[in-house]
Design a protein. Structure first.
Length: 365
C-alpha cells in the first residue's frame, strides 16, 4: 500500500495495542479501547475479525471454558461479530486518533471484509500461518504482512515468508508463544536474532506474558514490532485478560521502549563526556591536604596527607609524586642514567673490598 504509515526496520519500534476480543462483543467498548490505546501513546490498535459461519462449527472446543453465556465456542465467535459498517466505524475512529488500524482475519470472508474497510497491513495470527488460501488472499491485496509464529515450526515459517517474498511484499516475523499467560522461560527472546538472521527482515514480539518485562527486554534486543495484549482491568471477562497488561502498564512499556531507543541511538564517548563535566570535577572530586598542621620544610609522608573536597588543589592521583619513590629519574636520557648508575657503584665502599680480590699482590701476602 503506497501510502501506508506502517514502515518497519527504521530503529523505531511499532507499538501495537492488541485489543483482540476484550471488547466482549460490545461496539461501545471497542471504541473505548481505541481511545484508551491512543491516549497511552501507541502506534496501532489491533482487533480480531471473526465470522463464525466462515471459520468454525458448533463442534469447536473452548481453549479455556471461560464463558457462562456461550454454550459453544461457535456461539462465542458469533457474539464477537461486528457488521461491516461497524468495522468501518472502528477503522475511521482509529485513523482519527492517529492510530494504524489492524485486525487479524480468521477466514477468507474476513479478509474480504477488512479489505473493503481499509487495512494498511495484515497481521496473520499464529493459527493461520499454514493456511495458504488465507495467506494468498491477503497477498493479493499488495499490503505488508506480519506473521505470528506461535504455532509454527521454522520450516512452516520458511514457506510463509517465501510466499510473501515471492509477491515482493514487505514481511515481518514475530516471536510468539501460544500460552496464556506465557511464563518467562517460554517467551523465547532468542528467536528475534534467529528470525533476523534467517529471514533478513524486521522482527518482533507478540507478547502474552501479561507483564511489562518481556516487551522492554525485546526492545533492548532491537525489536521492530511489539504487540501487547491490553485490558481495561484484570477483573474483566474474557480468555485473554490473564495474558494482558493494563493500560497504565502499556503506557510504561511505551515510555520504556522510547527511552531505550534513545539510549541505543546515542552511544557515549567517555573522553568527550569527561570533558563536558570538567566544571563539576571541583565539586565531586578531592584534593590532597595535610591531616594536621605541619611546619615549613617538613618532609611529607603518606600518612600525613588525606584527600578531601573540593577538588581545586593537588589531585590524589599525584600522591606518588609528592611522597614515596615516584620522584625518580624516568625523564633522564639513557646515557645520564648509566652515568649516574656508574657513579653510585663507585660510591659503594663494598666495591673496593671485592676489587682487591682481583690483584695478585693480595694473594701473595
Amino acid at each position: 500500500m503506497a501510502d501506508s504509515r506502517l514502515v518497519l526496520g527504521t530503529g523505531r519500534c511499532l507499538l501495537i495495542g492488541e485489543v483482540a476480543l476484550t471488547h466482549d462483543g460490545s461496539l461501545g467498548l471497542a471504541h473505548a479501547y481505541i481511545d484508551a490505546v491512543a491516549d497511552v501513546g501507541a502506534d496501532a490498535v489491533k482487533f480480531q475479525t471473526h465470522i463464525a459461519a466462515a471459520e468454525s462449527t458448533p463442534d469447536e472446543p473452548f481453549r479455556v471454558h471461560f464463558s457462562q453465556q456461550d454454550a459453544t465456542r461457535y456461539d462465542y465467535w458469533k457474539r464477537m461479530e461486528f457488521t461491516e459498517s461497524q468495522w468501518r466505524e472502528l477503522a475511521v475512529h482509529a485513523t482519527d486518533r492517529n492510530l494504524i488500524f489492524l485486525s487479524s482475519p480468521f477466514s477468507l470472508e474476513a479478509v474480504d471484509l477488512l479489505e473493503r474497510v481499509g487495512m494498511e497491513a495484515w497481521k496473520v495470527p499464529s493459527g493461520e500461518v499454514g493456511n495458504m488460501a488465507l495467506l494468498d488472499r491477503m497477498i493479493t491485496t499488495g499490503k505488508p504482512v506480519i506473521l505470528s509464529s506461535g504455532l509454527s515450526s521454522l520450516a512452516e515459517l520458511d514457506t510463509a515468508v517465501s510466499l510473501v517474498r515471492t509477491a515482493e511484499l514487505p514481511v515481518a516475523v514475530l516471536q510468539c508463544t501460544t500460552a496464556y499467560p506465557c511464563p518467562p522461560d517460554r517467551v523465547g527472546l532468542n528467536m528475534l536474532s534467529v528470525f533476523r538472521e534467517r529471514y533478513n527482515c524486521p522482527v518482533g514480539l507478540s507478547d502474552h506474558s501479561g507483564t511489562i518485562y518481556a516487551g522492554l527486554a525485546a526492545s533492548t534486543l532491537g525489536a521492530d514490532v511489539l504487540e501487547v495484549h491490553v485490558t481495561m482491568s484484570r477483573e474483566l471477562f474474557g480468555p485473554d485478560v490473564v495474558a494482558s497488561v493494563t493500560l497504565e502498564e502499556f503506557r510504561q512499556i511505551i515510555n520504556g521502549v522510547r527511552f531505550i531507543e534513545q539510549m541505543k541511538a546515542n552511544p557515549v564517548d567517555k573522553d568527550h563526556a569527561a570533558a563536558e563535566v570538567q566544571p563539576l570535577r571541583a565539586i565531586f572530586t578531592k584534593s590532597l591536604v595535610a591531616r594536621i598542621d605541619l611546619p615549613s620544610g617538613t618532609i611529607l609522608q603518606a600518612d600525613q596527607l588525606v584527600a578531601k573536597k573540593p577538588g581545586t588543589g593537588v589531585s590524589p592521583e599525584r600522591l606518588g609524586d609528592i611522597v614515596g619513590p615516584n620522584g625518580n629519574f624516568q625523564t633522564l636520557p639513557t646515557f645520564s642514567k648509566l652515568s649516574l648508575s656508574f657513579g653510585m657503584l663507585l660510591g659503594r665502599l663494598e666495591l673496593f673490598a671485592v676489587l682487591v680480590l682481583f690483584f695478585p699482590s693480595f694473594w701473595k701476602n
